[in-house]
Design a protein around this ligand. Sequence first.
Ligand code: ATP
Ligand code: ZN
Ligand code: MG
Ligand code: MG
Length: 470
Amino acid sequence: MEPEKMDENEWSYHGEGNKSLVVSHSKSCVVLRFLKFLPNRNKSSDEVYQHLHNILDFGKHIMKQFLGENFVHQGEVVKLPLDFLKRLCLKIQSERPESRCEKEMDVSGYAMCLPNLTRLQTFPFLECRPIFSIEIKPKCGFIPTSAHITKDIKKKICRFCMHQHLKIAKGKWKKVSKYCPLDLFSGNKQRMHFALMNLLQESQNNLKVFKNGELIYGCKDDQDQFLDLNELAHHLKSFFFPTNGLVSGHQCTKTVLKELIHILTTVLLCNSTDTAKAGNMNPIPVSQGRTYCRGSHFCPELLLSSKNVMETTGLPKGCILYKTLQAQMLDMLDIEGLYPLYKRVEKYLEEFPEERSTLLLDGPYDEIFFERLKDLSLEDDGSIAFAVTKIQQYRVAMTAKDCSIMISLSPALLEERFDPRSVIKGSKSSFIHSVSILDLDLKPYENIPHQYKRDSKIINHYLKSIRAQD
Ligand code: ATP
Ligand code: ZN
Ligand code: MG
Ligand code: MG
């Protein structure tokens, strides 16, 4: 990227979340990811530079160890000319959804340059072929069992299902999503199918579909947009059934979506060959009762073979869902068990503020930091070291609970010889695929009190609203 040649006309608005805004390049397969700030809360350009580096280091040295080489992509921090940034910021402003505009794009001079994951990464030479990418933000896939939990309901109904009630009440979404992360993470094909169908029907911000890098389905905003399943099926029809003269209509939509869900399930359960370093850590056991949520709309009676539904996770050890779930489960104490440890550290820092850097609370996120994450013991000896280890594990878990999985599919022609592991067979055609994880930002230490308050707010609201229903 040559600074003197930066032309805002080659970049267009791609999407944004709560913390960052993304623009994509029209020709090369890269995106720029900018930080966002509330007006007048901007950081200095040095602070932004440091923060972006921390995010990348956290992805590279920490999250990659948990999630595996193949799934996590590298980026770099780039310096950009200020006049380019000003023009770009103006250019994209009108495309930003209103609900996201309370924060502004950072124009202090630095951004992250990342591969555009809505274009197939593994096979860049196939760029001219159609490509569909499906982004799923799965959220937390297990029920916590920590002894510190004071509200019994948390051990029965998952966070996502409870949070729905608050989101609807606050008007964030109009309709309840019947998606439950525990169905997706179950490894049971019927439950996964049910979860993915519900994600398609009420995507909220948990599912997006891109065609050739452009958003064609899912919420750009918190309002319903692009949400016509018939239209989505229409886009996908010739992709999945190239030779078949499927007529449009209800039956066609059903067939196409079934095919999409089948392929997504296959990819999500696909074993990756790479070895994540954290693979050497003892896996966190997924005990009975942690894999089924009573808030789920899935009826177990629906299961064809109902024997081992609610027992083990059934996720193959190398698949992306398994790895994501293992990282999420580093939250072993739950926020209720963690918050007192945060207060312990805060009290200590009041007395010894200079110790903050030795505790590595703000990084550096390197090998040493990773080594300190490995201790999974839950025996609290009252030490600061124990508290810090649990806090850092919690931050990794929170990142894994908030990341997105991007699955890209492009047609594979019969005569081509690809590594068979990258080919996914549909019923009428084959696809090469790639899977990546994005949004691996570290969650700040300072966020813990906020998380604690939010947890009780979600639970209290849930209990209140089900009492009102009775
Ligand atoms: P959140 O509010 O979920 O924490 P965020 O502010 O951290 O979001 P991201 O999720 O990283 O922001 O980016 C916003 C959106 O931009 C993503 O949902 C995705 O659609 C798109 N995006 C981000 N990074 C990439 C990438 N490398 N390639 C393609 N699209 C991307
Ligand atoms: Zn649930
Ligand atoms: Mg995101
Ligand atoms: Mg994020």
